[in-house]
Design a protein around this ligand. Structure first.
Ligand code: SF4
Length: 139
């Protein structure tokens, strides 16, 4: 991660934590969204609320991009991508990079089992901002 990018992340978070946050709250503006981009998962945990729904149809790539565009227009800042497991989507990195390039602070919930070299390469260049929150709680 280069210094400029690292500095940009720091400034975004600090900025949000002060002035912007109070403005968002004062205006009752939506600033954080959790977006379930797939019901599919590589696991089938007994406690999962999606237990009987992993085979359900998922949104198309273009539907997801359209929704991200709407969230961008609404000035949402935090975007959490979750499932199911996000990495079961073959187009996940395209979705992720689209959201990152729109300027969202992107958080990912995953069981982590499908993270591969390609994903690590992309994340080292464009990290999820709150990467320590990648969940490994599903087994
Ligand atoms: S890993 Fe998470 S999403 Fe997948 S089945 Fe388990 S609890 Fe559900």
């Amino acid at each position: 991660m280069d210094d400029l990018f690292s500095e940009k992340i720091k400034m975004q978070v600090l900025d949000f934590a002060t002035d912007k946050r109070s403005l968002w709250e004062k205006n009752h503006q939506l600033y954080s969204v959790i977006f379930e981009i797939t019901p599919k998962c590589n696991f089938n945990c007994v406690h999962c609320y999606l237990h009987d729904h992993h085979a359900a149809e998922e949104l198309s790539y273009s539907d997801i991009i359209r929704i991200i565009d709407v969230l961008y227009e609404k000035e949402v800042l935090f975007l959490t991508l979750t499932g199911g497991d996000v990495f079961t989507r073959s187009d996940f990195l395209d979705i992720y990079l689209y959201a990152k390039k729109k300027g969202f602070i992107v958080e990912i919930y995953t069981n982590g089992a499908l993270i591969n070299d390609e994903i690590i390469k992309v994340f080292s260049k464009y990290p999820p901002i709150i990467s320590r929150y990648i969940f490994i709680w599903c087994m």
